[in-house]
Each structure stands twice: as structure tokens, then as C-alpha cells.
Ligand binder design. Sequence first.
Ligand code: ADP
Ligand code: MG
Length: 440
Amino acid sequence: MNRPRPHTTISPTRPEHKLKNATSAPLITGQINPDLAAYLKKNLRSSNENENITTNEPVEPSASTDAEDNILVTIRVRPESVKEKELTGRRGPLVRIVDRNVITFDPSDYETPNERRALGVRRGKDLKFAFDRIFDETCTQMEVYQNTSKKLLDGVLDGYNATVFAYGATGAGKTYTMMGADSSGPGLLPLTVIDLFNKINENNNKQYKVIVSFLEVYNETIRDLLVDPPLDLNAEDAVLADKKNKRNRDKEQSLEIREDKLKGVIVSGLSSHVCNNADEVLALIKRGSSHRTQYGTAANSESSRSHAVFQIMVEQCERTANVMMDVKMGKLSLIDLAGSERASVTMNRGARLVEGANINKSLLALANCINALGKNKGKGYVPYRNSKLTRLLKDSLGGNCRTVMIANISPNSLCYEDSYNTLKYANRAKDIKTTIKKNV
Ligand code: ADP
Ligand code: MG
């Protein structure tokens, strides 16, 4: 297959626009709210064309170089919640953002020596971590999008696979980042989908086919989120069915993963949906998310142990003088990972991560793969086979694939261990620095 080296364009823009009129609109609907559509069109297009968006920030360097890093590791610090402020607000945030690349964890002046003694823990680590980008609590969803998954779109349209992870403890902001919230507008999934179709529609010389699937990995079981429950149950029956569901959860048949020489990793029996426009994809995201939420509200701890994997396959057919030419297939995986707090006990033990019965196997296996990719510069053995999630991502993580990690943290000291572990995890992920090879 003839695959040119991908290129990405980065727009050094900082949209200061607030989402007007669309805040009370449903976040994801079958039909995009017209105000929201206009906002997105304006912002997404301006970012492509570098229109007159003013910025106070230094211009980011272009990433279109031969040795471009294939993993981008970013941190998103959410605002402190009202409850967190009530409990510890006097002390202020536990992390300080030095600049857009450097963050200090547990600054030495965070607590007075007396406070530290009272807490009985050794703190004041004053650790500085450097990342590709740090998003503070004032960053808009659009700003996060433009500096993360937007950078992957050109590559995906050119036949490369790419993955975006939202990592972090439960409550750190993963779902907010990936899906969005009513108050702040759409997150990365809807923004990516809308921008993808904008790009496809702009490109008249090529024909694209967009195919979508949405699954959940829970307890090493793969479930299709786009298959509706078999029965139209009334509320009472639904509660009973949900209880039964929970009992049967572990016995449930998982969809199987297999590898195809041409198509890469495939999940047998997973529904795939050809979509002709962004609205169709947004409706599927809404449908899949509602299936996930049902499980989540039944038992919150369960939802924090599941990974939601949304995949968009983009098939490109080039037509020259009425002859269909080369077909390229790029796959973009957008993943709302399970809560990382379950892995932290083991993460503390160092590089060798041991799987425990109550600890999320996939999340630990992902850490092991990331570590192996970092150590071997993508050349040695990578233990993809150790979990369903990493098997799923075998063709989308490492090698020629681009990866963006958004590690979410709370700035509040109640989340001390979680934030510390997340920063350490993300810090390790930075080590994957294989050079993108020309694939001709
Ligand atoms: P997770 O999916 O990691 O468990 P959520 O995305 O559900 O966490 O976020 C937890 C809470 O924090 C939610 O109420 C969410 O709206 C809020 N939140 C998260 N990130 C942000 C942010 N960047 N700005 C404002 N609120 C946020
Ligand atoms: Mg969540």
C-alpha cells in the first residue's frame, strides 16, 4: 500500500470565545443546535485557516518535522470543586502551573511546617514535571481540542492510526474532556467528529467513507455500546433486568478480538456504522454514551472500571480520471479510560506492575505497553496481549501511530495520591519517542 508520510498542521491559536446561546442546549443531539453549529463552524474553520485570532501566548512551534514525536503527553488540571474548596480551600491548589509546559506538584510552601506536622505525612515534594502541554482550569474545550486530537486528523485522513486517551482518577475530568458538559460545550469526541467532516467536505478530490464503532471494556469483557438492549422494558422491569445484568456481568460473553492482515485489529461481531455526516456520528455517540451511563448509574464503581472506546475508521479512495486509485484506511480511537485510582497501589511499587484481582488489568497492561514502547524505542517486545484494551490498540499505539494522552488531575490536596500517580504515569509515557518512518 502506498502511504505517504503524514503531516500535521498546528494552528497556534487561543480561542477566547465563550460558547454563547448554546450552553443550555443539549450537548449531543441528532441535529446539532444551530447556535452550536455556527460557533463550531467559525472556530474550527478559523483555526484551520489561521484567521485573525489574537493570542497573548507565545506561538507554538510547528510539529511538521521528520523526527516529530509520535506521542503528545498533556495534563489537564480541572478547577477545584465547591466541595473540595469547602474542605481545603484555605490552602489553595496543590499544583502550580509554571508555564504551559511545566507544572509543580506539592510546592514546598504549600503547607506551613506546623500544618505538615499535624497532617503527619511527609510532603513538600516540590516536584517539577515537564509535559508537551499543560491545560489549566481556564482552558476551553476548544483550546484542548486544538492542541490535542485536532493534530491527529490530517494523519488519519492520510491512512494512519491514532489514539487519544483521557487518563486519570475518577472525578478528575476524563468524561468532561472527552464528551463535554452542558455548561461548557462539547468535548473532544464531538469536536473531532465535526472537524473531521469539515475537512472531508473541503476535500473534493477525494472520496471518504466514515465508519464508526463504540465499545466498552469492562472486567476484560468487550461490549458493543451501539447495540440497543433487546427488550423495550418498562421502568420496573428495567430495574430487575439491571440487577440480573450485574449478577451475570462476569459470565457475560465478551466480543472477541482478532487480527486481519489488511484491516488490522478487528472485534468480531462489533457493529460498525457507516455515517454520511457529523450529525449521524453525534447521534451514535449519544446512543452509546447512554448505554454506558445506565451501567454507570447502577454502580458507580463499575463505570470507573470501564474503558469507553470510540473508533472512527476513515477510508479514502482517490479517483483519477474516473479510475478508483489507492485505498487508505486510517483509524482514530478516542478513549475515556477507567479510573486510574485502582492502579495506583501497584504503580507505587515501581516499574514492574503486578495485576491484582481488584485492579484494572487493562490499565496496568497499558502502562506496561507504554513503558515497553518507551524503553525499546518501539523496536522490542511490547506486551499488547496482556489485556483486552492493549490488544485492541495493537495497531493504534506505538510504531507509526500517533498518540495523545490527556492526563486529568484535580488541583486539590484531597486528591494528593491520585494526582501524584497520574503525573508519574504521564511522565513515563513521554518516553515513547520513535521517529515516524516513511511508509512507501
Ligand atoms: P471522570 O470522568 O474523570 O470521573 P468527570 O469528567 O465526570 O470525571 O468530572 C468530574 C466533575 O468535575 C464533573 O462534575 C465535571 O463537570 C467537573 N469537571 C471536570 N473537568 C472540568 C473542567 N475542566 N472544568 C470544569 N469542570 C470540570
Ligand atoms: Mg467519567
